[in-house]
Design a protein around this ligand. Sequence first.
Ligand SMILES: Cc1cc2nc3c(=O)[nH]c(=O)nc-3n(C[C@H](O)[C@H](O)[C@H](O)COP(=O)(O)OP(=O)(O)OC[C@H]3O[C@@H](n4cnc5c(N)ncnc54)[C@H](O)[C@@H]3O)c2cc1C
Length: 307
Amino acid sequence: MNGAPHVAPAQISPEFSARALYDEPMSKHTSWHAGGPADVFFTPRDTLDLASFLRQLPAAVPTLWIGLGSNLLVRDGGVRGAVVSLHGALGTLERLSATRIQAQAGVPCARIARQCVKWGLGSAEFFAGIPGTLGGALAMNAGAWDGETWRQVVEVEVIDRRGARRVRTPADYEIGYRHVRGPDDEWFIAARMEFERKPGSNDTAIRDLLERRKQTQPIGEWSCGSVFTNPPGQHAARLIESAGLKGFRIGDASVSLKHANFIINHGAARAADIEALIAHVQRTVADFHHVELATEVRIVGEPEDSP
Ligand SMILES: Cc1cc2nc3c(=O)[nH]c(=O)nc-3n(C[C@H](O)[C@H](O)[C@H](O)COP(=O)(O)OP(=O)(O)OC[C@H]3O[C@@H](n4cnc5c(N)ncnc54)[C@H](O)[C@@H]3O)c2cc1C
């Protein structure tokens, strides 16, 4: 989106005004609580509303899709174009057969985990620890413990920039560890997923897994989870910790003392502080271990001083 012009309210059709916010601070929509304003921030009523919004949006206006903003660093200059938010939208979750479910992209992952337990379905417990939407989990191939989003996917429904919908299968995507690559300019609106039957299941496994997470991660503080992906055969957290970076601080952002792959915003960090800290960690780990750390978090938007 670099250098893209601002989008004026007049470029959005009046029928969407009630659900569009202008100059909306992205710090309100990201788990790091950092980030400048989006020109337009739109939450659709349903899929038809979403399709009409995309159709009327001038083709030159870029779109950024977000769920719960739990893996997103938005720079302080904000987002030029339209942000499409599925938080609180597209929230239908239903059972299609004994082992198959369908969820829209705005459904929080934790809800999928809990509902699958109620339905007596197993292998969905890992979703409980992912504080995002299904849409974000599909985009990231989010995973935890031994589970991974795309291992469960049978089909996804996507929508393109002109509002046209279609169904795709995993074969249409390149899928790896925290990596998904598919056709350009398409976004997830729903998925059908297959789980195994686990009659009599209860939420003990979920509670145990969340408890274990609380022991090892700074849950409740402002973060984006793991900032870096694990290099093959290594642990990013161990590399960062052994390079002496735990507690290293820039502005109001620091490397967590509890889990070195987390960066915490202590309250007043700007996106620029967090981005500078990310770069510092990468440089230090490269010098110390000769390993290049790649970010798992997605960094988007404009720096503060852009027009
Ligand atoms: C405390 C904490 C713990 C975490 N633990 C884990 C973990 O164990 N495992 C793990 O994998 N992640 C973890 N995360 C990271 C994050 O929760 C996941 O990556 C999650 O899947 C992101 O979902 P989201 O809805 O918040 O996506 P966002 O952060 O809003 O977006 C992430 C990316 O997905 C894209 N996107 C969002 N919605 C759509 C859509 N509908 N269609 C296409 N693209 C879309 C966005 O454009 C962006 O590129 C953790 C985060 C936190 C804060």
